[in-house]
Design a protein around this ligand. Structure first.
Ligand SMILES: C[S@@+](CC[C@H](N)C(=O)[O-])C[C@H]1O[C@@H](n2cnc3c(N)ncnc32)[C@H](O)[C@@H]1O
Length: 293
């Protein structure tokens, strides 16, 4: 029987030969998944023997990795803002750059403030649930076009003990009844008319960017990446309507494609917003727009 150590050595080499990045870590993560243990376990059990049955499970995961299935999908979860989120092929994998949005919100809202949030295109629910985790008196609604996606967000709200302060609904922002449905849901859930904070990380890749996405990204939901147009559909659709949703002195924070910042600047001005700024991410790219109503 093989030991963990010998198996790890072989599979690391196999991943490396197949050009998988950080093969050592990937081999370990997938081994931990095979045994339903954490990464530390793989370091402290190197001489443990692996059964043929477990080897088969491990080899299947390794094969999927070689086929570039994202590790987060193979593990079934992803960390975001120090919280653990279930992910699957119905959700975008939360990105580290999105975490800066939570930092920005923390600069603008007091820790004990009671406020209500709307998250458009919630995916795994990572943005909304991280904000709720930071602001213990806040409540929020997450919206996504797909029921299967919303079901993952709901699981994440339960997993992180936030289901009493969050509500997730399936709704397309292009639906003519979009505003009516959001306002009604808000009224029923929070007894309020408007939101103090509206956040979103909408699909914003450009057509030419879609042609050169990494093989792993091709496994993520197409509509979470690209709007089939110019990567601006969300901003063009939402900003003219958002006055009906945002309370006075409320904040709007959207993730953006750094390449589209000039165009988004124009869309904001055209829709009567004057008080806004772009926020850079850790690699100094304009990654968010923060609008004050
Ligand atoms: C870039 S993902 C963001 C997911 C999550 N908020 C995050 O940051 O990881 C965009 C999300 O918008 C949703 N979406 C795309 N088009 C939509 C539409 N017309 N109406 C509602 N949601 C939509 C997608 O299903 C996807 O979950």
């Amino acid at each position: 029987m093989e030991t963990i150590k010998s198996c790890l050595t072989k599979k690391t080499k196999l991943l490396k030969d197949n050009y998988v990045k950080v093969p050592k870590l990937e081999a370990r993560l997938l081994l931990a998944k095979t045994f339903n243990k954490d990464l530390n376990w793989t370091y402290s059990n190197t001489e443990k023997k692996i059964s043929t049955k477990k080897i088969r499970v491990y080899e299947k995961l390794i094969k999927q990795k070689i086929n570039r299935i994202p590790t987060a999908y193979l593990l079934g979860n992803k960390e975001f803002y120090s919280m653990n989120f279930k992910v699957n092929r119905n959700t975008l994998i939360p990105r580290p750059e999105t975490e800066s949005m939570i930092d920005e919100i923390k600069k603008n809202f007091k820790k004990n403030k009671k406020f209500n949030i709307l998250d458009l295109g919630t995916g795994s629910g990572c943005i909304l649930l991280s904000i709720l985790q930071e602001f213990k008196k806040s409540v929020g609604i997450g919206v996504d076009k797909y029921l299967k996606t919303i079901n993952v967000a709901k699981t994440n709200s339960k997993k992180n003990y936030l289901s009493s302060r969050s509500k997730f609904i399936t709704l397309d922002w292009n639906n003519p009844k979009f505003l009516k449905k959001i306002l009604q849901t808000n009224k029923n859930f929070t007894s309020r008319n408007k939101f103090q904070l509206i956040v979103s990380n909408p699909p914003y890749l450009l057509k030419n960017e879609m042609k050169s996405i990494m093989p792993e990204v091709k496994y993520e939901p197409y509509e979470s990446l690209y709007d089939n147009k110019d990567g601006l559909s969300f901003y063009k659709m939402i900003l003219p309507k958002i006055h009906s949703l945002i309370s006075s002195n409320g904040y709007i924070c959207f993730e953006i494609n750094p390449k589209s910042s000039n165009k988004i600047n124009k869309i904001c001005k055209k829709n009567g917003f004057a008080n806004f700024k772009f926020i850079k991410d850790l690699s100094k790219k304009k990654r968010f727009i923060l609008i004050k109503n």
